[in-house]
Ligand binder design. Sequence first.
Ligand code: FMN
Ligand code: 7N5
Length: 405
Amino acid sequence: MTARRRPRWSELRPLLQPGAGPLGLTDRRLARASSVEDLRALARRRAPRAVFDYTDGAAGRELALRRSRQAYARVEFLPRVLQDVSSVDLSTTILGTPSSAPLVFAPTGFTRMMHTEGEPAVARVAARTGLPYALSTMGTTSIERLAAEVPKGRRWFQLYLWRDRAASRDLVERARESGYEALVLTVDTPVPGPRLRDARNGLTIPPSLTARTVAEAVRHPAWWVDLLTTEPLEFASLHRFEGTVAELVARMFDPSATMDDLAWLRSAWPGPLIVKGVQTVADARAVVDGGADAIVVSNHGGRQLDRAPTPLEILPEVADAVGDRAEVYVDGGILSGSDVVAAVALGARAALVGRAYLYGLMAGGERGVQRAADLLLQEAATTLALLGVARIEDLGRNHVRLRPG
Ligand SMILES: Cc1cc2nc3c(=O)[nH]c(=O)nc-3n(C[C@H](O)[C@H](O)[C@H](O)COP(=O)(O)O)c2cc1C
Ligand SMILES: CCCCC(=O)C(=O)O
């Protein structure tokens, strides 16, 4: 006779979570979401304020984030008619490898704080959908575990340079051993950006038990049940940490990094190297000279330097300057498939999205991420058809014009 196994808390999660599981409420809500903004509204209801604000928020007065979004509103499409768009093809190549669309899931820190399904859920959706996914140094699933849980698909690893270079070297080595395809070096975070919402909310990693968080628990039971029935947060790279995000960055990240570190990384990493956080033409040239195979024109979703350049606005110049030597990607403020099409028309080989999939994750775990991906891809396909372009590879600057700012 086999001993009766006691159920693990995590197995009870579907029963305890209002919305998920038997009632299928989450599924119905997700299906009714007709845009990423709808997913954001669901996320706001489900997640405690500090977690939602960490995700949704940006630095300072959030001017850079607002401008990054508004830039997409300035893009006007110039459709051609009678072009046979009976079938529309979003497929392209990214780093020379086929991708189902010009879209990448950006690296995001502490993803299991948004929903305990976390990084593996996002990576599974990316693999199923045929898109690359970048695990962050600040991810809450280890390099090895993600590779084991989601062996299929394109996995990239995003590196922050630690003060402790030996530890950074170790991360690079682990990513290589676990079969990660590309390394993404993020260069826009020498010091913590001033995230005012986090300071006001008293956000700590992991969230600590205070009068305020207990009050939030009562108002957001699904999120707390989720958190309490899962394993403790694990870090892609850190073993233990408790404190604010700003403290973590100040303590661990190396503000003295230079182009020499890029040269070091270029020699240490044999695969494709992507530099993320490039914000001027001069830097685009410098990092491509330094060996980058691709760059992400990015202001970190407005989360670092407020008043940073607006990625979509500098994209055409950067693509003109280095596009023949490196792939140029863009991110920041992309919330729809139509935004993705605008980015490609203005010179991006691919667009990265962060919050768009995190809103889905917060709203409903893996199914929410899938809903976000489906929405983005459907919207991109519809936009392309209405533009009279059957293949995204044929999209160009002749299909857009910019309204005055
Ligand atoms: C919650 C959150 C966490 C992030 N963490 C990281 C990170 O660990 N490493 C990194 O390079 N970028 C990080 N980013 C920036 C994203 O990779 C990406 O540049 C940004 O989200 C793009 O803007 P969008 O959210 O408007 O799509 C983070 C963004 C968010 C929203
Ligand atoms: C700043 C380091 C934490 C993760 C991150 O990059 C972000 O919150 O934007």
